[in-house]
Design a protein around this ligand. Sequence first.
Ligand code: ADP
Ligand code: MG
Length: 273
Amino acid sequence: MRPQQVTMERKDAEREAVFELRNVSVFYGSQKAVNDVSMDIYRNTITALIGPSGCGKSTLLRSLNRMNDLIPDARVEGEVLYQGADMYSPRVNPVQVRKKIGMVFQRPNPFPKSIYDNVAFGPRTLGMTGDMDEIVERALRGAALWDDVKDRLKDNAYGMSGGQQQRLCIARAIATEPEVILMDEPCSALDPVSTGRIEDLMLELKERFTIVVVTHNMQQAARVSDMTAFLMVQMGADEHSRWGELVEYDETNRIFTNPADERTDNYVSGRIG
Ligand code: ADP
Ligand code: MG
């Protein structure tokens, strides 16, 4: 077997699809926000969703853990397979889905509780068994926060810096041992140093989790992600119909250096925004 063949086969073997999106469209009422997206999202990779504001990145991200269910009038068409099974089947419990697929938001949103109780909240709610101190420590270590907070676990989370609060939210998300972490612009409220720490953390976390991250920061997508999906707003026949579409999805390196679609090239090179 030639070396190149070995590499190719290993690559395919590594690429196990966790999500398979088949013709996914998302509506708010009668308004279509995301049109006909098909893509696979791979295990233990970081997948970035990029594109201009309003192109449906957050909407698409929320379709991956049924968060859109919580928005009145939101509706998902097409198929989202999670580990091969239809995530929107009536037999699937959305609460169970969100347990396996955690989420971190743009603004750090700790609860007005102690650092400890923030991390313990999910495991307690889910009735996770085991030593809670150990669960909390493991999650805080996983979020690169343990050394910062180990002597003040009973302090209120609101006393932490913004960057620490966001790492606390990551600790809270991983405390329940999800399989996937969805992040919606997790660094957009943070300074560059805190952003760097979150990016380093993401690279560590992808060894254990599958990460999908929305970012409007193209440098961030280029730095951390393995795969990048570029979405854009498309205008329909009349002025009221506009929706987001997937323009191109490929390895990040390809998207940023040699994209197949001219629109991707224009966007990543900053010619359009
Ligand atoms: P992005 O994250 O790329 O900025 P969004 O997914 O937030 O884009 O929004 C895509 C489109 O859906 C926009 O036109 C936006 O106004 C609309 N939209 C987003 N959230 C809602 C909502 N809760 N209700 C109605 N329309 C929404
Ligand atoms: Mg958004």
